[in-house]
Design a protein. Structure first.
Length: 134
C-alpha cells in the first residue's frame, strides 16, 4: 500500500495502469493522471512527457475537449518547469485547436445578488368564477 503523499509511487501505479489499459480513452485519462502525479512528485520532465502522450491519445480519439484540457495542463507544467517558450507555444496551439474545433472554455458566471429593497408589491387579479378547461 502506498503512503499518503507518495506521489512518486502513485505516478508509477498510474503509469503501470496506463500501460495495461485496453481501453484507449482510459489509457489517455491515466496518462493525464500520471503526469499530474509526476509533477506533484517533482518530476517535471516526466510529467511533461506523460501529458504530451495524453494530449496525443485524446487527439487520436477525437476527444477535442479532453485534448485541449490536457494541452492547458501541459502548458502549465512547462511553465512550472521553467520552459516559458514551450508553454507559450503550447498555449498558441490551444487557441488554434479551440478555434478549429469550436471548443471554448465554459466559465461559471459570477453569482447574482438580488436587491430586495427595489422590490415592489404587485397586484394580481384573479378570476375564480370561470371554470378551468384543459
Amino acid at each position: 500500500a502506498m503512503d499518503a503523499g507518495d506521489f512518486a509511487g502513485a505516478a508509477k501505479a498510474a503509469a503501470s495502469a496506463a500501460d495495461q489499459a485496453q481501453d484507449a480513452e482510459l489509457k489517455a485519462a491515466l496518462l493525464h493522471d500520471q503526469a499530474v502525479l509526476q509533477a506533484r512528485a517533482g518530476d517535471a520532465a516526466g510529467a511533461s512527457r506523460a501529458m504530451e502522450r495524453s494530449v496525443d491519445a485524446f487527439s487520436s480519439l477525437g476527444r477535442r475537449e479532453s485534448q485541449i484540457d490536457a494541452m492547458v495542463v501541459l502548458a502549465d507544467l512547462q511553465a512550472r518547469a521553467g520552459n516559458a517558450e514551450a508553454s507559450k507555444k503550447t498555449l498558441e496551439k490551444v487557441e488554434e485547436a479551440r478555434n478549429k474545433f469550436v471548443v471554448f472554455p465554459v466559465h461559471e458566471p459570477a453569482p447574482m445578488t438580488l436587491d430586495v429593497s427595489l422590490a415592489r408589491p404587485v397586484e394580481i387579479e384573479a378570476n375564480f368564477s370561470r371554470p378551468v378547461t384543459a
